[in-house]
Design a protein around this ligand. Structure first.
Ligand SMILES: [Fe+2]
Ligand SMILES: [Fe+2]
Length: 251
């Protein structure tokens, strides 16, 4: 079964390490009146993630399935979850709902969130921020849990390896290492660097999160604003033209 760690009150990190990618894949379960699963994980992990979620809640009560953008690790097993949880409704950006999710993934339509809209699950309040192309994809967004100041930050702060569930030490340096490594191979340009990148990261930093719940790597607890500002600097350095862009020359 996946590894389970409570990283903030009622927020459980469910993590599987996949050797072939040298990468952790984490989903987050919010145990509340209306339970929320954030990221479904890819289909290949469904059985293990389901077992982990079932150890925390009655799966039939799962109410929300949230995610940042349209990729297998974010939402690939959404139909499997909707089959076992008849109340479960996807929740993502309005663009995600309109462009992808309702047509080619969800069994029942998604709730499309507008920028600044709040999803209440009971004790917890999730403010939604549209963040196009950050970390990547037009429909990208982020949820910020206001009572505990937790940012569910998807691929931001991506770290390689099988690290500790929670850390107070430098995650931005680890992220810089993996972005630089990816730039040298087939995974180059994992995230775009565009006019929206820096303002979006500064906007997320202004939320002053104290927990940064990333999908790949250790959850960071500490000065989340500083970490996100440092991440903006790393993105500018590594992805913003300062680094090798790893593109094929024109023929
Ligand atoms: Fe992604
Ligand atoms: Fe991811």
């Amino acid at each position: 079964m996946a590894q389970i760690t409570e990283v903030a009150p009622d927020l459980f990190r469910i993590t599987t390490f996949l050797d072939q990618f040298n990468l952790q894949f984490s989903q987050f379960l919010v145990r509340d009146d209306e339970p929320l699963l954030y990221h479904t994980g890819p289909r290949m992990l469904f059985a293990g993630v389901k077992e982990a979620v079932a150890s925390l809640i009655d799966i039939r009560t799962l109410r929300w399935i949230g995610f940042s953008h349209f990729e297998a690790d974010e939402c690939g097993s959404l139909p499997d979850w909707q089959r076992v949880a008849s109340l479960a409704e996807p929740v993502c950006s309005l663009v995600g709902k309109l462009v992808n999710v309702d047509d080619c993934l969800a069994l029942r339509p998604a709730k499309g969130m507008a920028d600044g809209e709040v999803l209440e699950t009971g004790r917890y309040r999730f403010q939604f921020l549209t963040t196009p192309h950050v970390p990547h994809c037009w429909e990208a967004g982020h949820f910020f849990e206001e009572t505990q100041r937790t940012l569910l930050c998807s691929d931001l702060l991506h770290q390689a390896g099988n690290g500790e569930p929670v850390t107070h030490s430098d995650v931005v340096g680890r992220c810089r290492d993996v972005l630089k490594e990816y730039q040298q191979g087939p995974l180059a340009n994992y995230m775009p660097y565009c006019t929206l990148t820096d303002p979006t990261l500064q906007r997320l930093a202004a939320l002053k999160p104290k927990t940064l719940a990333t999908m790949h790597g250790s959850v960071y607890v500490g000065d989340g604003a500083q970490a996100l500002r440092d991440l903006a600097t790393v993105f500018r350095e590594v992805l913003g033209g300062g680094g090798h862009m790893a593109m094929s020359p024109p023929r």
